[in-house]
Write a protein of this length. Structure first.
Lengths: 241, 276, 286
């Protein structure tokens, strides 16, 4: 199947290095300490952060750092075909773990000993790149909750189909069986915190693909910063400053 | 499985024998919510369907013969067997026992209810219908009647087993569970008697059997405490106009008052047996 | 979990008995309702309903299936509710299952009607494509995103809005031998709309102290003695009822509640109709 037309356009009309439309909104869940909606094209996720708060399960309490927990869940209607899977299937457990590890690496956990931070991500629509979208939403929600972080974490995926590196794969491109590289970076510190890849990719091509994903992450980071600044301005306004 | 089946069959037979023996002693086990004296009041189904008979040749406002017996399960703290026509259930009550460690401290007791069907309860093997919902309904119907403050930090388990499903399963389970709770000596404000009404066309049928339930246009189930005259659980499905709804509710309340008397007499009988 | 001090509890109870609640509402006033339709493009119909800080999404998906042999002339509708842990941390893992099951059951009770299929809500016979062979199975999924009390009413409203937003593809049936499974061709362009005027609304009356209130917040719900959810359709008929909460109720109170629900439902239906119409107009524009 042809994923990139001779004119250099992808199935949904994007250029190979073009990202889908981003949209973010802070404060979608009123009762949570921090929350955000993040959309990448048709992929839409909600993240809510509860904490820092008292550790629920006493035996998990750590005296020198905070406990970070994460749960990833998909809505029944999030995929094209309606699914009725029990909660906690292997895929969700794996993604929960990936998100938890990524976020834990950027939270200054040593500042919040004996406390617990819960991150819940809920996929409303899945159209490829849910992992990345969840991490981006979680970053925004953590920032909204005012939890100290080393830096923002942003994530983006890229792949390689028809020998062309492609940025931000959608569901059709993702399920084409080509390589799928998900990268998470700390944009200001310029460090990679997450790198996942499946399928095979020549080493020299990998550098290009990964570079593309990093560019994508940086673009998302800029957008997220804008959203946060806008949000802060509004908060200032409301306080009458 | 085969052994269990045999065992259950035997207990059933024994119980049946007991009932045969007990029957002459008790007064009529059939009850009707409407006083025979007031039978002259106009029927609600005026035009058609008047001469239509119910599958078990009861009249519309007549309940099935109700039979209760306590002490059906020896190992339980309290238990009861109930038989309404073809609907046969056993409820056993365990506890109060210490709540699981994982549960938070609570200054009132907990109630844990579970309703299950035997594989042979329904005509098609292993098709016990939505009993997951039944468990929570049973819980809601009973929790208002039990004085939970009397056993803090502890849990009472109520396990209901539907041996044979013959319609109105949930009301029978609820009534039987409250007899079992009384048998276990759990403090209650009152017994909970439960009755359901089916609406078929214009007619209201009390205590419906399975066939009637499967073709009903609406149903109303009430669980109430007859002496306190309080409703602990109420579910309605189907479309009801207000006068129709009022009538059905009154019908249920009258029937459950009568059912409460039968339950009480069963408990009294059991108590006098012990004294002898 | 709602943690309230004794003073706060008294304040809530006192406010309700004086017909002035903590957020300035009267006993029978709803919080502002916001409806957005078409939020899930992949579904046949969807809606998001916000009631104060309660936030729910409902989606309707239609799949072709086989009618049950008992009722060959009727389609099937199933309602499932899921409670996202974003709403309440205790819903994590299997923690939300109990509430999900309770809400699904209550919605089925209140919206789908009795076993014979007659009654309120969705006209099941309109879902049949070929009698006894093919029908539409409607899967209604609710998702609780944020919870601040009165989930059942919000879900009921969201399902009503999602159903009126639903387009079922027109199906062309190829005529062939009677005993074979007929071939069907699903149209991508032509969609049939549902008549949702008969879908009832759910009004939950929460009893706090001697009085009952509509649209309770989670703080108010924590003080309830019992709650009765009554679903009422446009004609003022009761289409379902379910009771929650421990304490028993006097039958006369229940009858009184039904008349209150009847009164409140008329305003609620009107409000929902105008909101749904506005949301649909919004969606068409964008």
């Amino acid at each position: 199947m042809e994923y990139v037309s001779p004119e250099g356009l992808r199935l949904d009309g994007r250029r190979p290095t073009e990202m889908r439309q981003l949209r973010a909104e802070i404060g979608a869940v009123a009762k949570a300490d921090g929350s955000a909606v993040f959309e990448m094209g048709n992929t839409k996720v909600i993240a809510a952060v509860y904490g820092p708060r008292e550790v629920q399960n006493w035996s998990q309490q750590m005296s020198d750092q905070a406990l970070v927990r994460c749960e990833y869940s998909m809505a029944n209607f999030s995929t094209g075909d309606r699914m009725r899977k029990p909660k906690g299937d292997r895929r969700s457990t794996e993604i929960s773990l990936v998100i938890r590890q990524t976020m834990e690496a950027c939270i200054l956990t040593h500042l919040l000993p004996r406390s617990q931070i819960d991150i819940f991500v809920q996929v409303l629509q899945a159209d490829g790149g849910t992992r990345s979208a969840c991490i981006n939403a979680a970053t925004l929600a953590l920032a909204d909750a005012g939890i100290p972080m080393r830096d923002l974490v942003t994530s983006c995926s890229s792949g390689c189909l028809n020998r062309t590196p492609l940025l931000d794969l959608n569901y059709v491109e993702d399920s084409a069986g080509g390589p799928d590289v998900t990268v998470g970076i700390l944009p200001t510190l310029d460090k990679v915190t997450l790198l996942q890849m499946d399928a095979k990719l020549p080493t020299d091509a990998f550098e290009d693909v990964m570079q593309l994903a990093i560019e994508g992450c940086k673009a998302i980071a800029n957008y997220i910063k804008e959203v946060l600044q806008e949000n802060t301005k509004q908060l200032e306004c409301r306080r009458g400053l | 499985m085969a052994e269990l089946f045999l065992f259950e069959k035997q207990t059933q037979q024994n119980l049946k024998k007991d009932r045969m023996a007990a029957k002459p002693a008790t007064t009529s086990t059939t009850y009707s919510p409407i006083d025979p004296i007031h039978k002259t009041r106009p029927p609600i189904f005026s035009n058609s369907d008047v001469d239509w008979l119910r599958p078990d040749s009861r009249s519309f406002h007549q309940c099935r013969p109700a039979f209760f017996r306590t002490g059906a399960v020896n190992s339980a703290a309290g238990s009861a067997y109930a038989e309404f026509g073809n609907t046969k259930v056993i409820v056993s009550v365990f506890g109060p026992r210490e709540s699981k460690k994982a549960m938070m401290y609570s200054d009132i007791g907990r109630l844990n209810c579970n309703v299950s069907y035997t594989t042979f309860a329904t005509p098609v093997r292993g098709q016990g219908s939505d009993h997951k919902e039944f468990s929570s309904m049973l819980h809601k119907a009973l929790e208002g009647a039990i004085i939970l403050e009397t056993f803090p930090k502890t849990t009472v388990d109520v396990f209901a087993l539907v041996l044979e499903s013959g319609g109105s399963d949930l009301p029978v389970v609820i009534s039987c569970a409250s007899v079992a709770l009384a048998d276990a000596g759990i403090m209650m404000y009152d017994l909970v008697a439960s009755v359901s009404v089916s609406c078929l066309g214009k007619n209201l049928l009390i205590d419906p059997v399975s066939e009637e339930e499967s073709s009903q246009d609406g149903s109303l189930m009430i669980a109430c405490m007859p002496s306190r005259y309080e409703v602990t659980q109420l579910t309605v499905t189907g479309e009801w106009s207000t006068p129709n709804f009022n009538e059905a509710m009154q019908l249920c309340l009258d029937a459950s008052a009568k059912l409460g008397k039968i339950m009480r007499s069963c408990l009294k009988e059991a108590a006098s047996d012990v004294q002898e | 979990m709602v943690g309230l001090s004794e003073g706060e509890k008294e304040f809530i109870k006192g406010g309700i008995s004086q017909d002035l609640r903590a957020d300035g509402r009267k006993r029978y006033t709803y919080r502002p309702i916001y409806i957005e339709t078409g939020v899930i493009p992949q579904a046949n119909g969807s809606a998001r309903v916000r009631l104060g800080s309660t936030d729910v999404i409902a989606s309707v998906k239609a799949e072709l299936g086989k009618p049950s042999p008992m009722q060959p002339d009727k389609g099937k509708v199933a309602i499932f509710v899921d409670c996202s842990p974003t709403a309440e941390p205790i819903f994590e893992g299997r923690g939300g299952e109990e509430l999900s099951a309770e809400l699904s059951g209550a919605l089925q009770h209140c919206l789908l009607g009795a076993k014979s299929g007659s009654g309120p809500g969705i006209d099941l016979s309109s879902l049949v494509v070929v009698e006894g062979k093919i029908c539409w199975d409607l899967y209604v999924d609710g998702l609780v995103i944020s919870s601040d009390g009165n989930l059942l009413d919000a879900l009921g409203a969201a399902i009503k809005a999602a159903l009126s937003n639903t387009g079922i593809p027109r199906v062309h049936v190829a005529v062939n031998a009677a005993d074979e499974q007929p071939e069907v061709d699903i149209s991508d362009e032509e969609f049939l709309q549902f008549d949702t005027s008969g879908v009832p609304v759910i009004v939950t009356l929460t009893k706090v102290g001697k009085h009952y209130i509509v649209d309770a917040t989670s703080e108010e719900e924590s003080q309830m003695s019992s709650a009765v959810s009554i679903s009422v359709n446009r004609r003022g008929h009761i289409c379902g009822m379910i009771k929650r909460g421990g304490q028993g109720l006097d039958p006369s109170v229940i009858l009184d509640m039904t008349s209150v629900a009847n009164f409140v439902s008329r305003q609620l239906i009107e409000k929902l109709d105008s909101e749904i119409a506005a949301a649909e107009a919004d969606e068409d524009e964008s």
